[in-house]
Structure formats: C-alpha cells, structure tokens
Design a protein around this ligand. Structure first.
Ligand SMILES: [Zn+2]
Length: 274
C-alpha cells in the first residue's frame, strides 16, 4: 500500500447506518461490495445508475442505498475527477446515452442507427488533478526548482531555455508542464485504440517526475475508428487555457499559501507526425 492509499484509508469513514430498518448490514459495507463488483465487471456508469435505481425501488423504504453512480462514489468518499462523453465517429456529435447510444444527428446518414463506431472520451478536472500533484510535492518543487547547478540526472532546470523562463518570470514561482500524447493499440487485428493526453511537471526532478502517480492523465479517448484530435482535446485545452492567467493557488498542510503561474513547456507526441 503506498502513501496515497494509506492517506485514503486513514481518513475514510465508513457509513455505519443500516442499509434499511430491517437489516444489520451497513450502508458503507454494501456500497464497498457494490463498487468492487462493478469494477470487476467493468460496468458503465449509466448501467450502474440504472441498477442502483432498481435496487432502491425494491428495497424496504426508507433505505440508504445511493440512487446514482456519483452518489455511490460520494458515499465512499472517492472524488470523481473525470467526466465521460461518447461521440459518434461518423458525425462527431455526442450520442444520446439514455437512448442506447444512438446517433442524434438528423443530418447524418446513420441517424438513430446502432451500428456505427463510437469514441469514448474521459476528461479530467484539470485544475484539481494538477493541484493535487503539486500540493503533494510542494517541498520537492520548492527545493528542486531553486537549484542552480546540476544535481540530478536529466536536469531540465539547468538548461538555457529554463533559465530564460525564470528570467521572464522575475523569479516569481511558476509550474511548467510537459504534455504527452500517446497511442496504444488495444486489439492487434482491429483499429481499436486508446489515446491518452497526460502531463508531467518540469519542477520535479526526473526520477520523481516519471513516477506514475506524478504523471497526470488529463484526458483519455478510446474507440474503433478515426481520431479527431480537435474534438477530443477541445474541453481539456479550454480548461488549461483558463489556468494560464490566474495560475494555481493552494494552501499547504502547514497552512502556507502558495501561488504558481502555469507555463506550457513542451509537447511530446509521436503519433501526430504519422
Ligand atoms: Zn452520428
């Protein structure tokens, strides 16, 4: 169990209320078991909400079972940092998830048809994801970004470009980001693919920057068909642009206030050149 998991379990308060008046089973225990089942079965959010709705309807009233997926996460004190959108790859309109994923574009040849390719996009809450990684690494960022001579491997902050960046900021603190665009074919014989857009922080020394928990997944897109980068990344790029001007501010555990400007440092993307 790593540090983050330890922190989660030390602050998680299980809901000890009985699920309904005629049982000793607690609401918290039920919700935990339910979450484990849906994770094992890779069940979609909308199906989970329908199952919860059905169970709530047949349980004795009153009962404490959550009625939708987000309530379930909330009861288990899990922050859901991602929202899902599903596109028709024929017309790139968002499909109607309530109506069996039908194309809702009246001008498209596959309007209301089931058999077409879909693209599923998960967009992260950019500000909160970035803030949580920065907050967890505040002392490391503070220490590493103020070094002036090489101390670790792969020292970006000693380079000419980073020095100039520091000058233009007149030594005001900033966070600079390296974006990564990656493609992972999921099934060899088809075009089913996963594309990810993630970000790492220059102000962390290389060995810490490359740790999985410090690489922030901003958006993922998977499906069988053409990739439309503009549509995929539109939302996340808008969120990133909103951070450029106000920057990010946060309170550390010892109640110090930190403020960082946000700078885009580099974009690494192999598949875009193909
Ligand atoms: Zn369509």
């Amino acid at each position: 169990m790593d540090e983050d998991e330890n922190r989660y379990f030390s602050t998680y308060n299980r809901d000890l209320r009985p699920l309904h008046p005629y049982t000793n089973v607690t609401t918290g225990e039920t919700n935990e078991r339910f979450l484990e089942l849906i994770r094992r079965g890779l069940i979609s959010k909308s199906v989970v909400s329908s199952i919860l709705q059905l169970l709530s309807d047949i349980l004795p009233v009153p009962n404490n079972l959550p009625r939708i997926f987000n309530e379930l996460l909330k009861s288990l004190q899990i922050d859901n940092h991602y929202t899902e959108r599903i596109y028709c790859t024929g017309c790139f309109e968002i499909v109607d998830q309530q109506k069996r994923l039908l194309c809702v574009n009246e001008n498209y040849v596959n309007y209301q048809k089931l058999k077409y390719d879909l693209l599923t996009v998960f967009d992260g809450d950019v500000k909160s994801l970035l803030s949580s990684v920065i907050k967890r690494n505040l002392s490391e960022i503070d220490y590493y970004s103020n070094q002036t001579s090489p101390i670790f491997d792969d020292d970006i902050i000693i380079g000419e470009r980073y020095r100039k960046l520091k000058e233009t900021h007149n030594n005001r603190p900033f966070i600079s980001l390296i974006f990564h665009l990656d493609e992972f074919p999921l099934v060899k014989s088809t075009k089913f693919c996963l594309w990810t857009f993630s970000v790492s922080i220059v102000e962390l020394r290389s060995s810490i920057r490359k740790r999985l928990k410090n690489i922030i997944l901003l958006s993922a897109d998977f499906g069988n068909g053409k990739l439309n980068v503009t549509i995929w990344l539109q939302h996340v790029v808008e969120e990133l642009n909103k951070l450029k001007i106000p920057g990010i501010s946060m309170e550390s555990d010892n109640l110090n206030i930190y403020f960082f400007n946000v700078v885009y440092f580099a974009l690494i993307g192999s598949f875009l050149a193909q």
